[in-house]
Write a protein that binds this ligand. Sequence first.
Ligand code: PGA
Ligand code: ZN
Length: 425
Amino acid sequence: TITRVTGRRIWDSRGRPTIEVEVESADGTVGRGIAPAGASRGTREAVERRDGGKRLGGYDVSGALQAVEHEIAPLLVGREAADQAGIDAALIALDGTPQKSRLGGNTLIATSLATLHAAAAQARLPLWRHLAGAQPVRLPLPQIQIFGGGAHAGRRVDVQDFMVIATGAGSFSEALEMTAEVYRCAGERMARRGPLAGVADEGGWWPSFEDNEEALDVLVAAIEDAGFAPGEQVAIALDIAASEFGQAGRYRLALEDRELDSDALCERLVRWVERYPIVSIEDPLAEDDEAGLQAFTRAVGHRVQVVGDDYLVTNASRVQQAAAVGACNCVLIKPNQAGTVTETIAALKAAQAAGYAAIVSARSGETEDVAIVHLATGWNAGQLKVGSFARSERMAKWNEGIRLEGARPAPAGFWGRQALQGGDR
Ligand code: PGA
Ligand code: ZN
């Protein structure tokens, strides 16, 4: 039985306030949940509650903390943490708005995750095992950023994430080691090209490039420098995050100072798929461009993974609708887009029912919280995306995967390239 629910303000990887919630049970065990924060958000995702105004840039969460103390705690105390669905339904009803704007998606996901952790703590199980139950689950295939761009790098390049997937890796830790070599070689190349300009929001090298293709060329070269065959052992994954520079079928490429229509952007990306060892592309067209997403999926969905993030916003009914019209073939799963654990699981189940792959994902604003790794593993989602291979809010998560690999009992192996949708080339 839940005896106490408390909120506190902590700080995220951008130095902004975020909300942490603790759920305590009668046996003395505690579960803790922390809200991450996105920068390139879908318009339909759960809305954060922030104080607004000038202080702390308007990002403070004192209103959200008040809501935990005065509304959420009284609602949860006396309930069972194991009743995740019941608690999430009560939270949704208490909020009462379509996008959780009253209490805040940040307030609700921190509470919902704290409840989940509380149930695992009561069962005296690590979170991933609590979620897996009797089902054999495998460690996810990581997607790891090498260059950050878009909204995470002052829009220095249009594409948001230039990532690699170690398709030749036989284990989670081997995938990390291979990526570490590529990340290091990419940094050396950037240093040789001019003064190394640091890293972007998620720890990827700052993208000092003349155009998006140059970033792809340097990435392929870095994979080769690291001694890997591009496409065979290490492949490329992109998050175009096209909603950030496109609307109503018009896409403004800042680097080229040029506007493309939906067909032209689609053709450009198809050309990249043909020219570069790309196995996954996220948000290739904007969230409002369903026809473009359908066309792109028709064109290359049989050979690459087409991932919906801003377009699907971790929402089960949007996933079902996308599947009905053939847009995308993989779903990005971000718990804070949905706002509760129960809705996140529903989106994942909708993906699985549609034959879509799934990538459990962190946000660009993160903390030391490693729950996302347990969710990806315990839900047996197949793939995991938490940013680059630097900075401890990212490394804490990759390192947690190594710990799970060595746990006793451990997950039943590693998904590897089989997790990818659209053939593995
Ligand atoms: P965000 O970016 O967390 O800033 O929204 C991550 C993504 O687009 O996948
Ligand atoms: Zn994205």
